[in-house]
Write a protein that binds this ligand. Structure first.
Ligand code: HEC
Length: 406
């Protein structure tokens, strides 16, 4: 595929993934809110019809009255809307992107020889094993602890995902590890819909149509998985945007950053879910989960702050500065410019990545802040494809720390 069409495939894939993801998570947020905002119906006809809770809302210039039945309505309605294509298309488009970007170009985005020198087939095979294994272990835990202890289950799932985060960060490039972590959780979420929630609902509808009663376990299991999915959303969404922020995935303790950001996301989501039910507590919601989430977030921000310069060898005279800049420029020409030039010579890069060009002194000086992050986190040169040495990296970093004298 030409690099041009490849870019289009990636752009359209992302566009679709974003759209379906919004539709899915949007519906999921709405239903979590709806379920937690239900009030017992007051009207007799609703109570007689088996309605367990209702919500009034005003939106887009109209009044809405949603009602939830305790079990099922007396007669099945003619048209019944199902929500699943949003979830399935999100996964399919995400898997397409994973194959296109991270598997297809594994040597650039997935493998980092300094972390582990995996072959391309090994890297892809292990990644697929994580996707399948994550679901199988999670599902087994859910079945084992179903209706026993949600708290223990939650803790075990958190431990399992933390181990996955640690392992992935010790197998792959930071960026690849983060995206795979998101893919593992995303796969669990979609598998919850595909293997548990939807089959359960089908059984409920079938039983109703056949006039037999159904085991309430289907509803309860679906509810359990749907609650889990809601706590997964914020961590997954963080991961999906993290690839723009090398300061997170490129950090030395990137697996810890990933776990901490996931904890923060889940805690913040937990607070929002609690807030939906504030009506049960006279309008009050404990701020504890929110505070925990924000403290963890602040901790990560503080821990990742760049160290301020302790170097005192800043070039004082201009001749020395010019010589030093010449040396830096030489390194950049050799290690960066094959990709970061108006017309990259590195195969597969039709245009300078992210529009960053480092081919002239002006371009270099315009990008010092971004270069500092990319070099300090060792994210660039990507996959160290141009084999930059540690000494060269330190030379450029020291120059940046000294305020990039020219
Ligand atoms: C093999 C090609 C390649 C080489 C060599 C390379 N880069 Fe990059 N660079 C990329 C790609 C691809 C991206 C875009 C990454 C992304 O999509 O987030 C990028 C992005 C960047 C960015 C922008 C990061 C951001 O998110 O804003 C900077 C800055 C950068 N590179 C600096 C460097 C420096 C400095 C070097 C040399 C030490 C270098 N690159 C070498 C491919 C390369």
């Amino acid at each position: 595929m030409s690099a041009y069409l490849f870019d289009w495939a990636s752009l359209l894939g992302r566009w679709l993934h974003l759209i379906t993801g919004i539709a899915w998570i949007g519906a999921s947020f709405y239903f979590v809110w709806l379920d937690n905002s239900l009030l017992p119906p007051k009207r007799k006809e609703l109570i007689d019809a088996g309605v367990g809770g209702e919500v009034w809302a005003v939106h887009g210039g109209g009044f809405y009255n949603a009602q939830k039945y305790k079990t099922a309505p007396a007669d099945l309605p003619e048209s019944l809307h199902w929500f699943y294509w949003e979830a399935y298309t999100t996964w399919l488009s995400g898997f397409f992107l994973l194959c296109l970007l991270y598997f297809g170009q594994a040597e650039i985005y997935l493998i980092d020889a300094q972390v582990m020198a995996l072959s391309k087939p090994a890297a892809i095979g292990i990644a697929l094993a994580f996707l399948a294994g994550g679901w199988l272990i999670y599902d087994a835990l859910c079945r084992l602890f179903f209706q026993r202890s949600e708290r223990t289950l939650g803790l075990l799932v958190a431990v399992m995902l933390s181990i996955a985060a640690w392992a992935l960060c010790h197998l792959y490039s930071g960026r690849g590890a983060y995206i795979l972590f998101g893919a593992v959780i995303g796969t669990i979420m979609v598998a919850n819909v595909f293997f548990v929630i939807i089959p359960g609902q089908r059984e409920m509808v079938r039983a109703k149509a056949e006039g037999r009663s159904f085991d309430p376990v289907y509803g309860l299991r679906g509810k359990q998985r749907s609650v889990h999915n809601t706590y997964f959303t914020l961590p997954v969404l963080f991961v999906m945007i993290s690839n723009h922020y090398a300061l997170t995935y490129g950090a030395k303790w990137n697996w810890l950053v990933l776990i901490a950001m996931s904890v923060a996301g889940a805690a913040i989501r937990a607070w929002f879910v609690m807030r939906h039910k504030a009506h049960e507590r006279g309008g009050k919601t404990s701020p504890v989960p929110l505070v925990i989430g924000l403290i963890v977030l602040a901790g990560v921000i503080a821990a990742l702050a760049p160290r301020t310069s302790t170097s005192t060898q800043g070039a004082r005279n201009s001749a020395a500065a010019a010589q030093r800049f010449g040396e830096v420029q030489g390194i950049i020409n050799q290690r960066c410019v094959t990709c970061h030039a108006p017309h990259p010579t590195f195969a597969g890069f039709p245009a300078p990545p992210k529009g960053v060009m480092l081919d002239t002194p002006e371009h270099i000086l315009a990008n010092t802040v971004a270069m500092q992050t990319q070099l300090a986190t060792r994210v660039m040169p990507i996959g160290n494809l141009t084999q930059m040495t540690d000494a060269e990296r330190e030379t450029v970093l020291a120059w940046l720390r000294d305020g990039a004298p020219k």
